[in-house]
Design a protein around this ligand. Structure first.
Ligand SMILES: [Zn+2]
Ligand SMILES: [Zn+2]
Ligand SMILES: [Zn+2]
Length: 281
């Protein structure tokens, strides 16, 4: 039911609702939700070291990190590229982040990405003078969450002179966020909204199915901005291109795209009739 597939830093997939679940009855859906709760939590970490082979990366992290000391249980290690590997860690919470810190502190030139069951939320209406530190302390104070249970991923200004924060909240605390609906930051009772994330295939880049179900073209090495091969989105110099609309001018994963907006709306509707304690996935 729960699957994470990703390629790069700016790619993230969280399943809100799938074609399959849409077809299922509400009863069946809630039983899936309940089963999921009892499943063990796995967090995933990708380690990459430029210029080192998979084996060298593995050897160097094994030599320098003591997983027993950190109290970590690794459930699998596998090669995911010439110079990267993926570790699955049991236990949930913030285990993957502590391993990430440890690897980065002890092995030079490694890039570590963590994928866990965090749920993203928007905090809207934050006034323009507010900084990250203040937001963190308000979340602590108002919602009673400790700083280890959430991360401010971004704080973006908008046209009205305000800011929107994107906050990744650890799965076990997401409900608090969801139920709060508003949080006071500065003078304003800021709105909290869940960030809807759609099922997406990171092989063909299309929405609506997962990589394991993909029958499309392999675009897994293509740029997420212009969809052409040979570079990554963060170094992209081209105009954005949307595969769904087959036109340039917008990315396929931005609200500028009508088709993308429609998918979001659909997903939002489905989330509404899903049982309340689903954590929206
Ligand atoms: Zn696909
Ligand atoms: Zn590009
Ligand atoms: Zn489009």
């Amino acid at each position: 039911m729960l699957e994470f597939l990703y390629r790069r830093e700016n790619v993230e997939l969280r399943i809100l609702t799938s074609r399959i679940t849409e077809a299922l009855s509400r009863e069946r859906r809630s039983s899936i939700v309940n089963n999921r709760k009892t499943q063990r939590q796995i967090e995933s970490l990708t380690v990459r070291a430029e210029g080192k082979s998979y084996m060298e990366v593995l050897r160097s992290i094994k030599e320098s990190v003591d997983v027993d000391k950190l109290g970590l249980k690794i459930s699998s290690i596998r090669k995911v590229g010439e110079n990267s590997l993926r570790l699955n860690i049991e236990g949930g919470g913030d285990k993957a982040n502590s391993l990430k810190r440890e690897i980065q502190n002890s092995v030079n030139n490694t890039k570590v990405r963590v994928r866990n069951n965090d749920q993203d939320f928007f905090i809207l209406d934050i006034d323009g003078t507010t900084g990250e530190a203040e937001i963190v302390s308000m979340i602590q104070g108002e919602l009673g969450l400790d700083p280890g249970s959430f991360t401010i991923k971004a704080l973006n200004p908008n046209r009205a002179g305000n800011q929107t924060a994107i906050v990744a909240v650890r799965e076990e605390h997401a409900r608090k966020f969801q139920e709060a609906k508003r949080i006071r930051i500065g003078w304003v009772a800021c709105r909290i909204k869940s960030k809807i994330q759609l099922i997406r295939c990171y092989r063909c880049l299309e929405f609506g199915h997962r990589t394991t179900e993909c029958k499309g073209a392999d675009r897994s090495k293509n740029c997420m901005n212009c969809c052409s091969a040979g570079h990554q989105a963060r170094e992209c110099q081209q105009e954005p291109y949307c595969l769904s609309c087959d036109i340039t001018g917008h990315r396929m994963d931005q609200t500028k795209c009508q088709k993308y907006r429609r998918l979001l709306e659909e997903s939002r509707r489905n989330t509404k009739d899903a049982p309340r304690n689903t954590n929206d996935r």
